[in-house]
Design a protein around this ligand. Structure first.
Ligand code: FMN
Length: 326
């Protein structure tokens, strides 16, 4: 099993292992990336960053491109459509990222309306131009993240992967659902296997990996070079350590709430450090709900979580939960 967990090279960037944090808007910000880095992940992705936002609004969007030395290597993910904007954005983040990833899978209407995200799967000619522009403008490896295709009548993941390889893209991540599926049904891992067999660049599998057994199964069934974890790490950054240990043949160890509490506190501290206490803790409400899912006494403190905007309030909630879950 040890062989599944291994170093992987993307372009000239050597990653210590092949278990990655997936890009997730609203989740994979610096505080969360720093936490999962400590769990041993090989690569962390940023939230998707708008190229138009980057070149127009400067500082506001620039915040999303901030990277701390301890979390590197980091892939910063861009989304956009216009070639000149994309070129400019790549030049702006060239010195910050270890890898620049391009989003061709997002199915949110706001992104699709600007012909970005999964829309580009319908316009391969334009996507090829984007990949060539990025490759030329970038000093670091370019990767892309795609879905299986727009819909079941237009499954073109293999075609897109071959085009990406021809354009000099260094690796490709695939979430094998169609745009039209959003997150429904199961990810069809057979598409990952087909893509892996059709290109030489590393293929990163994404979709429905929740634990070590799933990770083992994805590696075995698809032959993918690396995999990324998305929803399963929301409120559960420990899942990375558990998966890595499982793949090393160790027993999976589950932590109880008291053992988890210090990391939850660290997350709250980091988010208030990077985003300011009030804004940070408001954003943290959603994440705290994830962390506390299944804990005793949660029903009684829901209102407190939903109005939390200070570290002192957060401390009170944690104390109550620790008493209830000792
Ligand atoms: C809340 C949320 C935000 C996401 N944001 C992004 C994003 O910014 N860029 C991207 O390429 N994929 C994004 N995704 C998709 C994930 O990276 C991943 O491909 C997908 O969730 C399937 O993997 P999973 O089953 O491990 O969650 C997002 C998914 C979720 C649940």
């Amino acid at each position: 099993m040890e062989k599944m967990l291994k170093q992987v090279k993307i372009g000239d960037v050597l990653l210590s292992n092949n278990i990655f944090l997936a890009p997730m808007a609203g989740i994979s910000d610096i505080p969360f990336r720093l936490l999962v880095k400590d769990m041993g992940v090989g690569l962390v992705y940023s939230e998707m960053i708008s190229v138009e936002g980057l070149i127009r609004s400067g500082n506001k969007t620039m915040r999303y491109t901030m990277v701390e030395p301890e979390e590197r290597p980091v892939a910063l993910q861009l989304f956009g459509y216009k070639l000149d904007s994309i070129e400019r954005a790549v030049q702006m983040i060239n010195d910050k990222a270890d890898i620049i990833d391009f989003n061709c899978g997002c199915s949110v209407n706001k992104v699709l309306k600007s012909n970005s995200g999964a829309f580009l799967l319908k316009d391969l000619l334009h996507l090829e131009k984007i990949m060539r522009v990025m490759k030329k403008a970038s000093k670091v490896p370019i990767t892309i993240k795609i879905r299986s295709g727009w819909d079941s009548a237009n499954m073109n993941a293999v075609e897109v992967a071959k085009a990406a390889e021809n354009c000099g893209v260094a690796a490709l991540a695939l979430h094998p659902r169609f745009k039209t599926q959003l997150f429904s049904g199961s990810a069809d891992w057979t598409v990952i296997e087909k893509v892996k067999k059709s290109v030489k660049i590393p293929v990163i599998g994404s979709g429905d990996v929740k634990n070590g057994r799933d990770a083992e199964r994805m590696f075995k069934e698809t032959g993918c070079d690396a995999l990324m974890i998305g929803r399963a790490c929301m409120g559960n950054p420990w899942v990375f350590g558990e998966i890595i240990e499982y793949l090393q043949g160790k027993e999976e160890t589950k932590k109880n709430f008291l053992a988890r509490a210090p990391l939850i506190r660290r997350h709250a501290d980091l988010i208030s450090k990077y985003k300011g206490e009030k804004r940070g803790l408001r954003e943290f409400r959603k994440q705290l709900h994830y962390y506390l899912k299944g804990c005793r006494g949660l029903k009684n403190i829901r209102d407190k979580i939903n109005t939390m905007e200070a570290l002192a309030q957060f401390g009170g909630i944690m104390k109550e939960m620790e008493e209830n879950n000792a």
